[in-house]
Design a protein around this ligand. Structure first.
Ligand code: THU
Length: 164
């Protein structure tokens, strides 16, 4: 498993651009309950960047994470095939808190939805998970984050007609 910590300044220009877009999206978080802001940025196979932020709800189970918000946003714009996603999370007023040096990794539900996207694109999506201060990131593929993922194959479903 390649879970090496990479310094921001060693990322490629396009990786930096994707992570910067995720950081900008984080400002749109609607998070009155957790005060934890998450931004996600998807890179489509035609090099468009589409973002999402977490949106919470008084009925906690109705909250949606930034990663799934980005996927749904992309779907609404007609994009379903992605190369990469960047994720960054930050707790309000946490500048001096140890959490700024911790990476935000996608929750189980988001891994499952990212896995579906990777099945659709027939591409093992890269997932870049940054620390809150954006100084470092870990890059892994979705199949590393969700080994033996459950997908359309198990159901005998051919999803190729839904590739856009
Ligand atoms: N959250 C995300 O948006 N993405 C993650 O990868 C982890 C968690 C959100 C959900 C909720 O709004 C808040 O962070 C605290 O769990």
């Amino acid at each position: 498993m390649n879970n090496k910590i990479i310094k921001y300044h060693t990322l490629s220009p396009s990786q930096k651009q994707l992570l910067d877009a995720a950081e900008n999206a984080l400002c749109q978080a609607y998070n009155p309950y957790s005060k934890f802001s998450v931004g996600a940025a998807l890179l489509t196979q035609n090099q468009e960047i589409i973002t999402g932020a977490n949106v919470e709800n008084a009925a906690y189970g109705s909250c949606i994470c930034a990663e799934r918000a980005a996927l749904v946003h992309a779907n609404a714009l007609g994009y379903r095939k992605f190369e990469a996603i960047a994720i960054i999370g930050r707790l309000e007023n946490s500048e001096a808190h140890e959490s700024v040096g911790t990476i935000t990794s996608p929750c189980g539900a988001c891994r499952q939805m990212l896995f579906e996207a990777s099945q659709l694109a027939e591409y093992d999506l890269e997932v870049m998970m940054a620390t809150g201060d954006k100084s470092e990131a870990v890059i892994m593929t979705i199949s590393e984050l969700l080994p033996y993922g459950f997908g359309p194959g198990q159901l005998g479903v051919d999803i190729r007609a839904f590739r856009t």
